[in-house]
Design a protein around this ligand. Structure first.
Ligand SMILES: *[C@@H]1O[C@H](CO)[C@@H](O)[C@H](O)[C@H]1NC(C)=O
Ligand SMILES: *[C@@H]1O[C@H](CO)[C@@H](O)[C@H](O)[C@H]1NC(C)=O
Ligand SMILES: *[C@@H]1O[C@H](CO)[C@@H](O)[C@H](O)[C@H]1NC(C)=O
Length: 299
């Protein structure tokens, strides 16, 4: 009798506690990371096995559009022209089996050449992505049979034209596909502004770095918070992530030390209903600086 009473009192205490933990984790943010631009950042499977990330962007498809044959560039990890990137198939599948979303990122700040020159060019690129990286089929899939979860737009050169058409064409193939984008913090973004207006994007990781007018600066969060408010109030997107460099080497400016992120910056932006978490550029710098390990409990 006495022990039964104790059990029911315990469950009265424990059940609400469990429920509140579940609610808390549903509201917590997650960490997105770019992987692929440094051969010394460990494998994709090891990256996912840390459990630190929810979204991993494969960086980058550096050449596409204008009728060009698309080119994947994963730095020292593998050589797509020799077909060796198909060794990533099992890594991608293991990441997905752990609940992570693996997304191909288009563009990037350097290397390659990309630009869409018409709506039909955008449709051709969508067809190519569907057949070679998503659920379609092709005899020359660069990552083998792995089916990626979505496409990320990191457009930082060329023109803003027709990216909205590309996004809409991809969503027509599969409305469940994750479409994400990495604009820079000056609003609206020079290359992604028009595409973002289509409302096709699920997650937007804004680059709050290399842009002093809208980033963190030695203890001063004013510019970053003002820009965050603009991004979270100005367009049709479900979630905005704070994109930051994972070490001082990762960007020219905008690095936020882990303690300053957790004590100063996150409390100022986490009240937003559109807060999704943080994006780190990139896995190599995160590994070098042990950044995600230090902040993940607060994201
Ligand atoms: C535009 O792209 C198409 C392929 O989609 C290509 O055939 C054509 O030459 C390009 N046009 C210009 C003006 O670059
Ligand atoms: C971290 O925050 C402290 C307290 O506001 C500030 O004095 C310091 O400059 C910040 N450090 C950096 C590197 O931003
Ligand atoms: C990385 O950070 C975590 C959390 O602060 C800490 O426990 C761990 O020892 C750190 N690892 C290294 C190699 O500094």
């Amino acid at each position: 009798m006495a022990s039964q009473t104790r059990i029911s009192i315990l469950s009265l205490l424990i059940i609400p506690l469990l429920l509140s933990l579940l609610t808390a984790s549903a509201q917590a943010g997650s960490i997105a990371v770019y992987w692929g631009q440094n051969g010394n950042e460990r494998t994709l499977a090891e990256t996912c096995a840390t459990g630190n990330y929810r979204y991993v962007m494969l960086a980058f498809l550096t050449t596409f559009g204008n009728g060009q044959t698309p080119v994947l560039n994963l730095a020292g990890h593998c050589n797509p022209s020799a077909g060796t990137c198909t060794r990533l198939t099992s890594d991608i599948q293991s990441c997905q089996s752990m609940g992570m979303k693996v997304i191909l990122s288009l563009g990037g700040a350097s290397r390659g050449s990309y630009q869409l020159n018409s709506t039909s060019d955008a449709q051709n690129v969508a067809d190519y992505l569907w057949n070679n990286y998503l659920s379609g089929s092709s005899s020359s899939r660069p990552l083998g049979s792995a089916v990626l979860d979505g496409i990320d737009f990191d457009i930082e050169s060329g023109s803003s034209d027709y990216y909205g058409d590309l996004a809409k064409s991809l969503k027509q193939y599969n409305s469940q596909l994750y479409l994400t984008a990495a604009p820079q913090c000056p609003y609206p973004d020079a290359y992604l502004g028009p595409a973002l207006q289509t409302g096709s994007f699920d997650y937007v990781w804004v680059q709050f770095y290399n842009n002093p007018p809208c980033q963190y600066s030695s203890g001063d969060i004013t510019n970053l918070v003002n820009s965050w408010k603009t991004w979270t109030s100005s367009f049709l997107v479900r979630n905005v992530f704070l994109g930051i460099p994972a070490s001082t080497d990762a960007a020219g400016s905008g690095y936020i030390p882990p303690n300053n992120l957790t004590s100063q910056v996150l409390p100022a932006i986490q009240g937003s209903s559109k807060y999704g978490g943080i994006m780190l550029w990139n896995r190599y710098y995160d590994l070098e600086n042990n950044y995600s390990d230090q902040v993940k409990g607060s994201v």
